[in-house]
Design a protein around this ligand. Structure first.
Ligand SMILES: [Zn+2]
Length: 224
C-alpha cells in the first residue's frame, strides 16, 4: 500500500507544475509569483521535495515536462525509496518468514478479507510473533508444557498434542478438505501461508480458516 503522504507529495508537485505553466497575467499567476518571492511554505516545501527526489532540473525548466511524465517519475522514485526503507525495517523485525511475502509493500491478503477487528488482531499477533505463546513471552519458559518443545505459532497451529488443539485440528481438516482437497498433503510452510496470509478469495474457505485460527488461539489459553 502506497503511503498517503506520498500521494499528497505527488499532488503538491503536480499542482506546483500547473502553477508554473499558468498563463502570464492570470490572477493565479500573480498570486503564485508572490508566493515564490515571499518564500511561502508551499513553495519552499516544493523546493525541498524536488531536491530530495533528485529532480532539481524540473525547477529550471518546468515547461519542458509533461504532467503525466512528472507524475510517473515522482511516483516511481517515491515507491523505490519507500520500499528500500521498508525492507530495511522488515529485515530487523521479528515476523514469521513465510508471512514476509515478495511484494511486502502491498497490503497482506488477510487485511482485506478478515473484516472482524478482534479477529484481525489475533491474525496480526500470530503473524508478527507478538502474542501470549511461550516462545514470545518475556519469561524464561519457552517450551510447551505438554510437548516440551518450543511453543511458537507453528507448534500451536500444527503440532501441539494438547487434546483440545488436536481435536480442533481434526475438525478443521475434515471441514477444509471438502473445500480444498489438497490441504492435508501441503507442507507446513504452505499451510502457514494459507492460514495466516489467507491466500484465497474463496469466501467459504476464508470463513473456515478464520474460525479455526481464532479457535486454536483461544483454546490454547482457555483449556490448558
Ligand atoms: Zn504442545
Amino acid at each position: 500500500m502506497f503511503p498517503i503522504e506520498h500521494r499528497i507529495m505527488v499532488s503538491h508537485i503536480l499542482y506546483w507544475l500547473r502553477l508554473e505553466k499558468e498563463d502570464q497575467g492570470s490572477l493565479l499567476k500573480s498570486a503564485f509569483k508572490e508566493c515564490k518571492e515571499s518564500k511561502h511554505d508551499f513553495y519552499t516545501s516544493i523546493l525541498f521535495n524536488l531536491s530530495y527526489l533528485g529532480l532539481s532540473n524540473l525547477l529550471q525548466s518546468p515547461h519542458a515536462y509533461k504532467e503525466s511524465y512528472v507524475k510517473s517519475v515522482i511516483s516511481t522514485r517515491l515507491k523505490d525509496q519507500y520500499l528500500q526503507s521498508f525492507r530495511q525495517k522488515l529485515g530487523s523485525f521479528e515476523i514469521l518468514e513465510t508471512c514476509k511475502g515478495d511484494n511486502v509493500y502491498e497490503c497482506s491478503g488477510y487485511l482485506e478479507t478478515v473484516k472482524n477487528v478482534k479477529l484481525r488482531n489475533v491474525f496480526t499477533r500470530l503473524r508478527i510473533n507478538n502474542n501470549k505463546l511461550l516462545a514470545y513471552s518475556h519469561s524464561d519458559k519457552v517450551n510447551c508444557e505438554k510437548c516440551n518443545v518450543l511453543e511458537n505459532t507453528e507448534h500451536m497451529l500444527f503440532h501441539c498434542k494438547r487434546e483440545c488443539l488436536s481435536k480442533e485440528r481434526e475438525r478443521f481438516i475434515s471441514q477444509v478438505r471438502k473445500l480444498m482437497p489438497s490441504y492435508p498433503s501441503k507442507g507446513t510452510e504452505a499451510k502457514i501461508k494459507l492460514l495466516l496470509d489467507i491466500g484465497t478469495k474463496q469466501e467459504d474457505l476464508i470463513k473456515v480458516i478464520c474460525h479455526h485460527v481464532n479457535t486454536m488461539y483461544s483454546l490454547r489459553f482457555i483449556r490448558p
